[in-house]
Write a protein that binds this ligand. Structure first.
Ligand code: NI
Length: 260
């Protein structure tokens, strides 16, 4: 059984075949999917998908590159959504200094990152963190906010193995996706070798980040076995063990046992 912890099936790239594709996932071993909100519109669609399919759950939140959409009214709307039974996390939230270099924009990212972390704390939900080219600020903000009291995952992890240990010390999970299969992804491979399997969550970030041999194509959860295979190879354990442990990790992370 495979747990897809980070997908964007609301994306327009799935408009042509969404229903057929989602219906086929179970036969491919994909038993649970978390559809991640990244904007106001995608949060709304994630909640809709979770309402329509038993095996789909939703997260609600606004990605750092979309925070100009946020205001108090919309923030209050997010807060209402966190009360829904199938909403399992706040995310994806965080910092992205790769796309946004303006100091004022980065300041606004930090502001809404903190606010959305606070929302997760109130709602007793974990957070899904997006952090790119902003390792030091992400860690600092999380420490100041006592993130060790809020469970979370650093999704699409792209920093050093040492930094991963810092997040793990705070109780965080590391999200590993298709990038681990890329030839040049040395840092991520090293990170996977160094961290415990008990700290890894499997994710696609589909439609983006397709693993080899589908790199550059539209991604979906059916390609997760390529990620599992690579993790098993790096950690020198069986494919079954990676599948089993990461399933348990995701169950714990999304608090299914307590929320459902
Ligand atoms: Ni994502």
């Amino acid at each position: 059984m495979i747990f897809e912890t980070h997908a964007h099936y609301d994306d327009e790239q799935f408009d042509s075949d969404r229903e057929a594709l989602l219906a086929s996932l179970s036969d491919c071993g994909i038993k649970s999917v978390v559809n991640v909100g990244a904007s106001i519109a995608s949060t709304r669609k994630s909640v809709e998908l979770a309402g329509k399919y038993d095996f789909i759950y939703a997260t609600v939140g606004v990605h750092p590159s979309e925070i100009d959409e946020l205001n108090e009214e919309r923030f209050a709307w997010l807060r209402e959504l966190t009360k829904l039974e199938k909403v399992v996390a706040v995310g994806e939230i965080g910092l992205d200094y790769y796309w946004d270099k303006e100091p004022e924009v980065q300041e606004r990212q930090r502001y809404w990152f903190k606010r959305q972390m606070q929302l997760a704390r109130e709602a007793k939900l974990p957070i899904v963190v997006h952090s790119r080219d902003a390792a030091a600020d992400t860690l600092q903000i999380m420490k100041e906010a006592h993130a060790e009291e809020i469970p979370g995952v650093i999704h699409c992890y792209s920093y050093s193995p040492e930094m991963a240990q810092e997040f793990i010390k705070m109780g965080y999970y590391i999200g590993v996706g298709g990038v681990v299969t890329f030839k040049k992804a040395k840092k991520l491979k090293e990170t996977v070798e160094h961290i415990p399997l008990e700290r890894i969550l499997l994710e696609t970030d589909c439609p983006y980040m397709a693993p080899e041999p589908y790199r550059g194509k539209r991604n979906d959860s059916r390609y997760i076995p390529y990620i599992i295979e690579k993790i098993a190879e790096l950690k020198q354990v069986s494919i079954e063990e990676v599948e089993e442990i990461t399933w348990e990790n995701a169950m714990k992370f999304y608090q299914f046992v307590t929320k459902l």
